[in-house]
Design a protein around this ligand. Structure first.
Ligand code: ADP
Ligand code: ZN
Length: 210
């Protein structure tokens, strides 16, 4: 089973990806994570990506598509792949269709009014855990592994505003793209706990795995 996770910044793609990976054994491929690892490592791709990411814009398609294609064709895939953050515009979706087969697009729908607070209050751990300041009760370290929490560089109000605009203009049209192919399922990511959102996603994915 190969799936695409779709959703605005702050919709909870990363959180749901961790649940899905654990239950279904899909390889989690996050272009955002790949870019951040490249920036940290000071690679040529990281140098190109940084200016776009800091501005809340999309990294150029040539760079992104090559990276995903290489990962899908040459990397470990487990029971299939789960793309998180790709495709992010129609061009990328069409490119993807030339080198891989997508079975399902899971669209995590969250009202725009919730997104700004979710992202700006988000705190991360290098182990992959994410938190929101409202539930941290002042804690500055990870409850799972004890390492210090940090805020992503692009999780500041100005960049978030730009990321939400980029999403609306370029990524949201993918909802119709996958609906037209009969591959779209939409879950409400704005009501209920992460576990409840996952239950809704699992109900859909269970239709595809025996
Ligand atoms: P979020 O979904 O919370 O905005 P991501 O970690 O998915 O965060 O992406 C962070 C940034 O990385 C994006 O704002 C964009 O600049 C870049 N990026 C990630 N995926 C892509 C992609 N498929 N195409 C172009 N740029 C991307
Ligand atoms: Zn941790």
């Amino acid at each position: 089973m190969n799936i695409v996770l779709l959703g605005a910044p702050g919709a909870g793609k990363g959180t749901q990806a961790a649940f899905i990976k654990e239950r279904y054994g899909l390889a989690h491929i996050s272009t955002g994570d790949i870019f951040r690892a490249n920036i940290k490592g000071g690679t040529p791709i990281g140098k190109v990506a940084k200016s776009y990411i800091d501005a809340g814009k999309l990294v150029p398609d040539e760079v992104t598509c090559e990276l995903v294609k290489d990962r899908l064709l040459n990397g470990e895939l487990g029971a299939g792949f789960m793309l998180d953050g790709f495709p992010r515009n129609i061009f990328q979706a069409k490119e993807l269709d030339t080198f891989a087969k997508v079975d399902l697009c899971v669209n995590i729908d969250v009202d725009k009014s919730l997104l700004m607070d979710r992202i700006c209050g988000r705190r991360m751990c290098s182990c992959g855990a994410t938190y929101h300041v409202s539930t941290l009760d002042g804690a500055t370290t990870c409850a799972k592994c004890g390492k210090p929490l940090y805020r992503r560089d692009d999780d500041n109000p100005e960049t978030v505003e730009a990321r939400l605009n980029t999403y609306a203009a370029q990524t949201a049209p993918l909802v119709d793209y996958y609906a037209a192919q009969g591959k779209l399922c939409t879950v409400n990511g704005g009501a209920g706990s992460p576990e409840q959102v996952f239950a809704a996603i699992a109900a859909e994915l269970d239709k595809y795995v025996k």
